[in-house]
Design a protein around this ligand. Structure first.
Ligand SMILES: Nc1nc2c(c(=O)[nH]1)N[C@H]1C(S)=C(S)[C@@H](COP(=O)(O)O)O[C@H]1N2
Ligand SMILES: [Mo]
Length: 417
């Protein structure tokens, strides 16, 4: 497996929203902005502040988790055309599991010549296309990979084309894998999740656009699966095959490696700007992101603790620490991320006709947060951040186990003096 760290490009949207926040705070905020190198562009601080991601992530800044030798999108164009990894030649097979007794009277196969091609997908898109925001996050990584506006056709529209009638409990799917079974990356879902969306959720979809652009080969194009509520491993790239089965068991590649393959995304906070060194007597700006999991996010919080005062071992999640609330910032005015004109298109799920989100923050996206640490005496400290969900659970609760999604509380050192 290869992972690529996020680039250290500037956090344009993040800096913009946080700067507005600090300016709006009056005297203390002004002191923080003016007296502070963050806004002056100090290279070291910016490099540190820019490790994470901005609102919609630019293509070149998106984090990647991929397998394959060679990686399919690195093959020459001629080869990509031959294997169907270009829109012109892409075809999706939707078939019954030969080892199972699912009944479908119209499987979509290459052999029969009725596999779904890109033109047919676009025909479905005319009527059924959906667009929604989603953070791509790997359950095994501490920070998200990238924030996207994804567009696609609900998978159920294509499942129904196969005229399924009985003995269907699960759907398996996998991408191009150089015809090498060992390279196959597969995942699965209960059929119910595909046919019906839980209230307030988005459909599982065949995704062909990200941030207003055709889905690139690196991001899994021409078509990838996109599972809104799940960690990244359910969103299989270079999708070519969907298998309908009566098997009730999951076959996900990620079941190996001790991963919990049934986990909804969790809420968690990450620092974006975390100062390493500060003068005493100056308000210290701290900013970050909250990933909004199934439980939502009601608060982001920070806590600063002297290094020489270790926290009691019987409170491993720091639940009794004196956390202070940060401010969750409003939705951005500019969405960024390669969108034509930086503008969201019409008909984004959970947005009004005027292009504003109906609630904020939205589930399975991110929100920015910011705060000032004030009156910190000279000394060595650690700063921590966490989220509180809509039920009042403090991160990493109610699901602290890492293999269902990493959500340990992040800690960052700071010297004040
Ligand atoms: N075909 C294929 N799809 C894949 C993977 C892969 O290795 N091969 N990795 C998965 C994992 S583990 C994650 S976290 C996401 C990451 O998506 P991204 O690379 O677009 O950020 O892709 C998923 N889809
Ligand atoms: Mo992953």
């Amino acid at each position: 497996m290869k992972t690529q760290p996020l680039s250290a490009d500037l956090q344009r949207q993040h800096l913009e929203v946080t700067r507005r926040y600090f300016l709006g705070m009056g005297a203390a905020g002004l002191a923080a902005v003016q007296g502070h190198s963050l806004w002056a562009g100090d290279a070291e601080i910016l490099a540190d502040a820019t490790e994470d991601l901005e609102y919609l992530t630019y293509a070149k800044e998106f984090g990647t988790v991929e397998r394959g030798k060679p990686l399919p999108y690195t093959l020459p164009l001629e080869k990509r055309l031959e294997i169907g990894l270009e829109r012109k030649t892409w075809k999706l097979e939707v078939i019954g599991d030969a080892k199972s007794n699912s009944v479908l009277s119209n499987p979509l196969t290459r052999a029969k010549g009725n596999a779904l091609d890109f033109a047919a997908l676009m025909k479905l898109a005319e009527k059924h296309a959906v667009r929604f925001l989603k953070i791509m996050s790997c359950n095994n990584m501490s920070k998200p990979l990238g924030m996207g506006l994804w567009e696609g056709v609900p998978l159920r529209e294509v499942l129904w084309l196969t005229k399924p009638t009985a003995n269907i409990r699960r759907v398996f799917y996998y991408g191009h894998h150089n015809d090498d079974p060992k390279q196959r990356f597969q995942s699965s879902l209960p059929v119910g999740r595909i046919l019906e969306d839980p209230p307030g959720d988005n459909p599982v979809m065949l995704c062909y656009k990200l941030n207003g652009q055709w889905l690139s080969g690196r991001r899994g194009g021409p078509v990838r699966m996109l599972v809104p509520d799940a960690y990244g491993f359910k969103s299989v790239k270079w999708l070519k095959t969907v298998v309908i089965t009566n098997n009730h068991q999951a076959n996900d590649t990620y079941a190996g490696g001790n991963n919990d393959i049934d986990s909804w995304m969790k809420s968690m906070a990450r620092f974006v700007y975390k100062p390493l060194k500060e003068k005493a007597g100056v308000p210290i700006p701290v900013t970050g992101l909250a990933q909004v999991g199934v439980g939502g996010v009601s608060k982001a919080q920070v806590w600063i603790q002297p290094k020489n005062k270790p926290w009691p071992k019987d409170d491993p999640y720091f639940t009794k620490a004196p956390w202070q609330d940060a401010t969750i910032l409003p939705p951005p005015e500019k969405w960024g991320g390669d969108l034509p004109d930086g503008k969201l298109p019409a008909d984004v799920r959970f947005f009004t006709e005027a292009g504003r989100p109906k609630e904020w923050p939205l589930r399975y996206t991110i929100a920015h947060w910011a705060t000032l640490l004030k009156d910190v005496a000279p000394g060595e400290y650690n700063v921590y951040c966490r989220t509180i969900d809509l039920k009042g659970n403090a991160q990493p609760l109610p699901r602290p186990f890492g293999k269902s999604g990493r959500n340990a509380i992040q800690k960052s050192p700071i010297t004040v003096g």
